[in-house]
Ligand binder design. Sequence first.
Ligand code: YSA
Length: 265
Amino acid sequence: MSARRAELLAADSDGPALDVTLPGRRPPLGSLHPITLTRRMMERTFRDMGFDVVEGPDVELEEYNFDRLRIPAGHPARDMWDTIWVSDDGSGDPRQLLRTHTSPMQIRYLERRQPPIRVIVPGTCYRYEATDATHEWMLTQIEGLVIDEDLSFAHLKGTLEAFVRRVFGADIETRFRCDYFPFVEPGAELGVRWQGDWLEVLGCGMVHPEIIADAGLDPDRYTGFAFGMGVERVAMLRYGVRDIRHFYRNDIRFLREFDQFRGTA
Ligand code: YSA
């Protein structure tokens, strides 16, 4: 061993050896939550169909969540949306709540925009209700609103069927049934075949003429349709998840299953 080599080894002996030629260590990469993946996929599908995308407030006024959607205080339809109130102090100030659905954004959007309107509103909603395999107290909806001249129920059905086929494939089995929402006439729900049964994925209908008139538009000239779909329900169908509660349990083993879909959002 040369004297120089001995000298170098001695100088190096107190610290760890550093090999600057080793490749760097990759930090572990997280992946998107399945509901974010699903929401983005749905938004992209609607964008491709010509829809704009806007968002609205999670904390909403009673007026927009209910009254202006033709659900006044004391109306039995309020029972359809068990509500988490944020302020109700008897001071006479407008009452606030965690929005129970994304439909209030129909009213807010109509305040600002003129037809033709073709918009979706994704967002979180909150309901004071018990959870089970298909119900969560916190859920994500995508609201859709289309207003123009000469729109009929056929346009509503065609749009939703086109959406469902793009998301689930041409063989998906669907059914429309009558449903009641005070802000539409007529109203319907769309169900999709799921585990030998039907899973309701959205409520929809033709925008009530009074809502069109309240927006300052002539209901004899303008008609429209609207819908509100559940993103968790779509995610259950798409990924074969049997219980909605898995999505928010934060079990890392469940969430890791979605690593394979990284890059598909
Ligand atoms: C109806 C007509 C319109 O013109 C526009 C929108 C609507 C939908 C209405 N605003 C609404 O909220 N209807 S709904 O209570 O039936 O919910 C719509 C969808 O949200 C359901 O079909 C379901 O897919 C999902 N959903 C509702 N409650 C849920 C839920 N998903 C998970 N957990 C819950 N607790």
